[in-house]
Write a protein that binds this ligand. Structure first.
Ligand code: CTP
Ligand code: MG
Length: 192
């Protein structure tokens, strides 16, 4: 029972930490479109550098929205402190999140910028292996943005390995669940 509570609090902390990255990803999807980041240019293999799924509008709005979430989380921290220390099991990994508002904003920029950079790297790889825009690439599609977010965020804060693993596993499940729902709602024509 205790270990279940410990696991759930760890998961809650991990998801709260990643919220700016998820927000950046969802905002790019919701508000993206228009001019592609690669301006339609091809790579030397004759295929698109990134493709039409990586746009300036999605990238910019994604970074702004993700950073706003982190700024709000920073305000919560300034007023209430680390809300997760309310859960006793949690004290073991408390301390990885920032303690000043400025640091929260820098972390937000790292998480959301990293998420969208990771997504763009994923698109670059997909084009190199001849996958057209929007075609599924299992694991890569689910994890490119998380890896990008974690890499940039780790320049700002120290992220314990337990949190990294939990985020990787849980995001893959979340992404698959979201895609399954989108498929059954008819929003996507491929399930993965
Ligand atoms: N999007 C965007 N700008 C970004 C990232 C995403 O505008 N930087 C939008 C695009 O409309 C894109 C959608 O979010 O189509 C979904 O993103 P993603 O699944 O990464 O792109 P795909 O269209 O699947 O293309 P790819 O094959 O390159 O992954
Ligand atoms: Mg994709």
């Amino acid at each position: 029972m205790d270990s279940t509570i410990g696991f759930l609090s760890l998961l809650a902390y991990a998801l709260y930490f990643m919220l700016p990255a998820y927000m950046a990803n969802v905002s790019a999807l919701a508000f993206g479109g228009g001019v592609p980041v690669d301006f339609g240019k091809n790579y030397r293999d004759g295929r698109r550098l990134l493709g039409d799924g990586v746009t300036w509008r999605g990238t910019i709005i994604g970074i702004i929205m993700g950073t706003i979430v982190a700024a709000l989380q920073g305000l919560v921290f300034m007023y209430y402190g680390d809300i997760f220390t309310l859960i006793p099991e949690w004290t073991t990994i408390a301390g990885i999140i920032p303690t000043t508002w400025g640091e929260w904003i820098v972390l937000g920029l790292a998480l959301s910028g990293g998420a969208l950079a990771g997504d763009a790297v994923g698109s670059f790889i997909k084009r190199r292996i001849k996958l057209e825009r929007g075609r599924p690439a299992p694991f890569l599609d689910q994890l490119d943005f998380v890896v990008g977010a974690l890499v940039l965020a780790s320049l700002v804060v120290t992220i314990p390995l337990s949190i990294v693993l939990l985020i990787l596993i849980f995001t893959a499940i979340l992404h698959l669940a979201a895609n399954t729902i989108a498929y059954f709602l008819g929003l996507k024509n491929v399930w993965y």
